[in-house]
Ligand binder design. Structure first.
Ligand code: SF4
Ligand code: SF4
Length: 229
């Protein structure tokens, strides 16, 4: 059992409020999902995982969240693989979302902190499994500077507070390099310095690039630039 986390969740959330883009991304992706929900707001597509202490904070403040009850073995295995000190949750749905009580998982999606081979937290990349659904992943050029800087500041705090997290993401970033290497594609990196880089998945070298060069995916390949605000 890991030691209790010494994090002020109210203060942490207050420093991570910036919208990902100036558009409401839920309005862009929801029309494409069978249920009409934004893909990251239904456990059909992604299950939010939170720290136990984060759950304690949220459950004391709001009725929005409950512990996720998997309907089948696959989902139960997924929920149980969350890891030590973590819990899988489910919210009441996007129509009842309470912005102040969105979990850290809600605020960070679709991004994870990319950590170099040497263990340096360089910036953001995205969970590649959602390329075919998440509108944000197809519009990296629209990510706001405020969002990037707030994401980085929050993970700087988390990595200082939770010693195992940096190593977990270093391993996850290595997995990203293996996957993108198989695909013969560069990994997009929104660097903490504000620039965008293409990571060579074989050498891990960074090359400056434009976010728009990472292109679009899935249903967004055919999209016109008329975003609903
Ligand atoms: S982050 Fe991606 S999946 Fe979630 S609401 Fe925005 S576009 Fe949709
Ligand atoms: S709390 Fe809000 S942002 Fe988070 S999954 Fe639920 S509806 Fe989506």
């Amino acid at each position: 059992m890991s030691a209790a986390l010494d994090i002020d969740w109210k203060a942490l959330y207050a420093t991570f409020e910036a919208p990902i883009t100036r558009y409401d991304c839920g309005k862009q992706c929801a029309p494409l999902s069978d249920s009409g929900d934004p893909f990251c707001c239904t456990t059909e597509h992604t299950i939010p995982v939170v720290f136990y202490e984060e759950w304690q904070y949220l459950s004391a403040k709001t009725e929005l969240w409950h512990i996720y009850a998997p309907e089948d073995k696959t989902r139960r295995d997924l929920a149980e693989s969350a890891g030590d000190g973590l819990l899988a949750l489910e919210c009441l749905g996007w129509e009842q979302c309470e912005r102040d009580y969105r979990s850290l998982a809600c605020r960070t999606f679709p991004f994870y902190p990319y950590v170099s081979r040497e263990g340096e937290f360089l910036g953001l990349s995205y969970y590649w499994a959602y390329e075919d659904r998440c509108w944000v992943i197809s519009h990296l050029e629209l990510i706001t500077d405020d969002y990037l800087q707030q994401f980085v500041a929050v993970y700087d705090q988390l990595f200082a507070a939770v010693s195992s997290e940096l190593e977990d993401y270093r391993r996850y970033s290595a997995t990203a390099r293996r996957v993108f290497s198989r695909w013969k594609r560069s990994i997009p990196l929104l660097h903490r310095d504000g620039a965008t880089y293409a990571i060579n998945p074989t050498t891990a070298a960074l090359t400056p690039t434009d976010a728009v060069d990472f292109g679009r995916h899935g249903p967004y390949l055919l999209e016109f630039e008329t975003f609903e605000k």
